[in-house]
Design a protein around this ligand. Structure first.
Ligand SMILES: Cc1ncc(COP(=O)(O)O)c(C=O)c1O
Length: 457
């Protein structure tokens, strides 16, 4: 079994502890100290040895599994992936793909071929030429004012959210947004309801802040609010993805949206609404965002341009209640927005000049087509796809150990993920998560669906 006693974890390091662990493990694999097939200590043992929470080790392992460095083999444990020694990126790169191209089924990406890069380059060039010497000064800590205004306008029309630009805080990505919320509103020991299964990459932000992570199960109406009320009534926060639950894709029902808001109002708690891919809905009428129902002013709303434009921007935003603007502004003095000014200005122009609307319209059509391609291709291979009204990923049900199936698929270069890896404590049917956004033809969908079948059966 691989040893963990050479790893060093420091609470005073600038990078979070789970990343310190992940980096050192990657290094050890690259250096050949950990060879393919070595078993890692269980997360419990590793956590005890390093003096960190078990969740911290789980997060490090989870990240390396997602990147292809490690693989989980059910009860047997976590192992260095057989092909990891040549670098995680190589694990899933098929020889026909250009360097750096998305791997088949890779999640978290919009359609890279659909973004108007020439227009973007022109707009950025124009912005650069328009900048004055005053643009060389430190930008506003809570984000560029024209972008905050453009987001407030966009939210009013598209999401019925009534907010002023000073309520908008631009951040360098969603995790940075969550860090700002935690620094401004949370203290160690505060409880937070998290969807289980749910978006795993944000958990470390809350864990590192010493918060208590409360898993709340999800059913076909979204987070089970009754469960949260019954088990963790005094939590200070609830983080939800109401538009399309991540990763199951279900919408939080209207009744539960009201129930959540009533709890937050009565308990003086905060609802964090992660509206990350609400732009993509293909049929049915969308439900109102919780923020648009927020009479009691208990909702912190989070959005991102990662899916609606592209992830390399790393630009997200928060809308906070008017009464919290001062507190959030204070905290941006030491957690300032680090998104580059030129990027923020160009996004603002893109929104104000109508390109954003046009782009979203085009992408909705593109995704509804690509989704159908993949759904049909998977069904032809006998897979059981779970129907969903929106979002940019698909889930299919599988029987048996989804982690083991996913490990086989990843060995074949397919970047699918196991639903079990997104769970905290919940038990439930196995699933395989995948994206369709970069499948550029039905023929390609058929080919990868066939590859998936060949890899796992
Ligand atoms: C559930 C969820 N929330 C938020 C985000 C956005 O994160 P970021 O803005 O850091 O790309 C993602 C990205 O995949 C996500 O899946």
């Amino acid at each position: 079994m691989a040893k963990s006693n050479q790893l060093v974890v420091s609470a005073h390091h600038a990078i979070p502890r789970y990343q310190q662990i992940a980096r050192q493990l990657k290094q050890a694999i690259s250096d050949g100290e950990l060879v393919a097939g070595s078993r890692l200590p269980s997360s419990r043992t590793m956590a005890l040895e390093l003096g960190v929470a078990r969740a911290t080790v789980e997060n490090a392992y989870g990240e390396l599994v997602a990147q292809g460095w490690l693989e989980r083999r059910g009860q047997a444990g976590t192992f260095v992936s057989p092909s990891a020694t040549s670098g995680a990126n190589n694990v899933a790169n098929t020889s026909s793909q250009p360097q750096g191209a998305p791997r088949p089924f890779q999640m978290g990406l919009p359609a890279l071929d659909g973004f108007p890069r020439a227009l973007w380059a022109r707009m950025m060039g124009r912005r650069l030429r328009l900048q004055t010497r005053y643009d060389l000064m430190l930008p506003e800590a809570n984000g560029e004012s024209t972008l905050r205004q453009a987001i407030a306008d966009y939210l009013r029309f598209s999401r019925s959210i009534d907010c002023q630009p000073e309520q908008v805080f631009i951040t360098a990505g969603f995790q940075a947004a969550m860090r700002l919320v935690v620094h401004t509103l949370a203290k160690p020991g505060d409880g937070i309801w998290l969807e289980d299964p749910g978006y795993r990459y944000v958990r470390p932000v809350f864990a590192e802040a010493g918060m208590a992570l409360h898993p709340v199960p999800v059913d076909n109406e979204g987070m089970q609010i009754d469960y949260g009320l019954g088990h963790f009534p005094d939590a200070r926060f609830a983080l939800v993805t109401p538009a399309h639950q991540s990763p199951l894709g279900v919408a939080l029902s209207l009744a539960r949206r009201h129930q959540l808001l009533d709890w937050a109002a009565a308990n003086q708690s905060w609802v964090i609404e992660d509206d990350y891919d609400s732009e993509f809905r293909y049929h049915g009428k969308p439900l109102p965002p919780i923020k648009s129902l927020d009479g009691p002013q208990r909702v912190i709303y989070a959005g991102t341009f990662s899916k609606s434009l592209f992830p390399a921007l790393r630009v997200a935003w928060l809308v906070v209640p008017q009464q919290q603007v001062e507190a959030f502004s204070q905290h941006t003095h030491y957690l300032p927005c680090t998104a580059p000014l030129l990027i923020q200005q160009t996004i603002a122009d893109f929104l104000r000049e109508g390109h954003f609307w046009r782009h979203l319209k085009k992408m909705r059509l593109c995704y509804s087509e690509r989704r159908v391609w993949l759904e049909q291709a998977l069904q032809q291979q006998g897979f059981d796809v779970v129907p969903q009204a929106g979002g940019i990923q698909l889930v299919m049900r599988v029987s048996g150990d989804d982690r083991a199936l996913v490990a086989k698929a990843r060995e074949a270069g397919l970047a699918v993920q196991a639903l079990s890896d997104w769970r905290m404590v919940s038990k439930g049917e196995g699933g395989i998560l995948m994206s369709f956004t970069n499948l550029t033809s039905m023929a390609m969908a058929l080919k990868v669906a066939q590859q998936l079948r060949d890899a796992i059966f």
